[in-house]
Design a binder for this molecule. Structure first.
Ligand SMILES: Nc1nc2c(ncn2[C@@H]2O[C@H](COP(=O)(O)OP(=O)(O)OP(=O)(O)O)[C@@H](O)[C@H]2O)c(=O)[nH]1
Length: 349
C-alpha cells in the first residue's frame, strides 16, 4: 500500500500507534495545525454583521427546508464587484476556458470549466440563468474566429444546428453583465463517494441535488464545484479516514490521526469565480459558517444564508434512523465544526 511517507505508515500501523477504542481522543502528542476551515481570521467591514449574532440554526422552523427558512443578513446590497475590496496581490488567477449546455434531470444548466494558476484542477461553475455570464469566457481572444468562440462556449443564447455566429438570434438583448440581483448560490466541495456512488456516510450527494433543485425552482443561480475532495485531503486520505471512522474515530479525529486539520479547504477560487461572473452579493446555501466568513473576507457580500437541512430531518426524524452514519457525521459537524443546524431531539441523547 502506498503511504505518503514512513511517518504516515507508522501512524496508521496499530502496532506503532496507540489506537484505543476506549479513549475518545487518540493518545498522541501530535497537534493538528490551525485549520483553514475552523480558524479563519475575520476582518469585517462596518456593514458586516457578526455571524454568531445573526445566524441561528436551520431547523428552528420545524425541520422545514425551504427558502422560507433562510436568514437574511443585514448587509445592504452593494454595487458590482469592487476590485479594491479584494486584495489583488496574492489573489489566485482564474479563467473560464470552456462552457457548454448540460440538460439534466433537474433542468438545463451551463457548465463552466475554470482553470487557476494555483492548481491543475478543473473547477466548475454550474450556472442556471442566461444573465449570469463569465467575463473571462466572453472576452475575445487574439485571432479567434466565430467558430472558435462557439466551440469554447462564448456564445449567447442557445446553439442550433448549422450555426456559425456566436451571437444567436434567441439571445436576450436585455442581458447585462452588471447590477444583477443577488442569486442563490452554493459552494460545493467534491465528494466522489457521496455524489457518484451515493455513499450514505455523508450528505454531499443529497446537498448537490438539492442545490440544483432549489436553483431551478428560483430560476437563477450558481453552484461552484471546487475540486477539494475530502475537505481538501484528497480521496485516498478520505478513504483512510473512513477506515479510522470504522474503528471508532469521528470525522474530525480521523483527519487528525492522518495529520490533517479537520478542514483544509479555502474558497479563494470560488470568490474569484464570483467576481468573474459579476456576482458581488450572493445568497448562500450552506450550514458552514466558515464558508461565509471566507467569502466575505474576500469582498463578496453574503446577504442571506439558506440552510441545507438533511432531507431525513425535514420530517420528524425517524428514531430508528438515529445512529445512522450520516446522522452521526452531521452531529460531529454541528458539535465540533460550528455547523449551523439544529440537531433533532433524538440525536441530542
Ligand atoms: N475528510 C473528510 N472529508 C469528508 C468526509 N465526509 C465528507 N467529506 C468531504 O467533505 C466535503 C463536504 O463539503 P461541502 O459539501 O462543501 O459541505 P460543508 O463544508 O459541510 O458545508 P455545507 O454543506 O455548505 O454546509 C467534501 O469535500 C467531502 O468529500 C469525511 O468523513 N472526512
Amino acid at each position: 500500500m502506498g503511504f505518503h511517507n514512513t511517518e504516515e505508515a507508522q501512524l496508521i500501523g496499530v502496532s506503532s500507534y496507540n489506537v484505543s477504542l476506549k479513549t475518545e481522543a487518540p493518545t498522541t502528542t501530535y497537534k493538528p495545525p490551525l485549520t483553514n476551515g475552523i480558524v479563519t481570521p475575520i476582518k469585517r467591514s462596518s456593514t458586516s454583521v457578526s455571524i454568531k449574532k445573526n445566524f441561528t440554526n436551520g431547523l428552528s422552523n420545524n425541520f422545514r427546508h425551504s427558502l422560507r427558512g433562510s436568514e437574511v443578513i443585514n448587509t445592504p446590497p452593494t454595487t458590482p464587484p469592487s476590485s479594491n475590496l479584494i486584495n489583488k496581490k496574492n489573489t489566485v488567477k482564474i479563467e473560464c476556458q470552456v462552457r457548454a449546455r448540460i440538460p439534466t434531470s433537474t433542468g438545463e444548466f451551463f457548465l463552466h470549466l475554470y482553470r487557476s494558476d494555483r492548481d491543475n484542477k478543473e473547477h466548475l461553475a454550474i450556472v442556471y440563468g442566461d444573465d449570469i455570464r463569465s467575463n473571462s469566457l466572453d472576452s475575445s481572444k487574439p485571432g479567434e474566429s466565430e467558430m472558435d468562440r462557439i466551440i469554447r462556449g462564448a456564445y449567447k443564447g442557445r446553439l442550433k444546428p448549422g450555426q456559425r455566429s456566436s451571437e444567436t438570434s434567441d439571445a436576450d438583448p436585455k442581458v447585462s453583465s452588471v447590477q444583477l440581483p443577488s442569486p442563490l448560490v452554493r459552494i460545493h466541495s467534491e465528494c466522489f463517494t457521496g455524489e457518484t456512488i451515493h455513499s450514505a456516510r455523508c450528505d454531499c450527494g443529497e446537498q448537490l441535488d438539492e442545490a440544483m433543485r432549489l436553483i431551478k425552482l428560483e430560476g437563477r443561480g450558481v453552484i461552484i464545484y471546487l475540486r477539494q475532495e475530502g475537505r481538501g485531503i484528497g480521496l485516498a486520505d478520505k478513504l483512510r479516514a473512513y477506515n479510522l471512522q470504522d474503528i471508532g474515530y469521528d470525522t474530525v479525529k480521523a483527519n487528525h490521526v492522518l495529520k490533517h486539520p479537520a478542514d483544509l479547504r479555502n474558497y479563494d477560487i470560488a470568490t474569484q469565480i464570483f467576481e468573474d461572473l459579476n456576482l458581488s452579493t450572493i445568497r448562500l446555501l450552506t450550514n458552514n459558517p466558515d464558508k461565509i466568513e471566507q467569502v466575505e473576507n474576500a469582498g463578496i457580500k453574503v446577504i442571506e444564508r439558506i440552510p441545507m437541512v438533511p432531507i431525513a430531518w425535514q420530517r420528524s426524524p425517524d428514531p430508528d434512523r438515529i445512529g445512522n452514519e450520516m446522522d452521526q457525521y452531521l452531529k460531529v459537524k454541528v458539535e465540533q465544526m460550528r455547523h449551523l443546524l439544529n440537531l433533532p431531539e433524538a440525536l441530542l441523547r
